[in-house]
Design a protein around this ligand. Structure first.
Ligand SMILES: [Cu+2]
Length: 69
């Protein structure tokens, strides 16, 4: 298992937190998702054999938020 914290910009309320959580959770290989508003970030635990950071990043961006760093 690999654990990464992505900096997410554009979240303004708990609804956004839920949206980001909801797009990450169903990705195959993702086992744990903790999204926080302040600071705006997503901590994700995933199986690197099944998914990767680019996939996680793209899912967040497709939901309308920016991943920085
Ligand atoms: Cu919101």
């Amino acid at each position: 298992m690999q654990n990464i914290t992505l900096k997410v910009e554009g979240m303004s309320c708990q609804g956004c937190v839920k949206s980001v959580t909801n797009v990450l959770q169903p990705i195959p290989g993702v086992s744990k998702v903790v999204v926080t508003l302040k600071p705006g970030q997503a901590n994700v635990e995933f199986d690197p054999a099944k998914t990767n950071v680019d996939t996680l990043r793209k899912a967040i961006e497709d939901a309308g938020y920016d991943v920085v760093g």
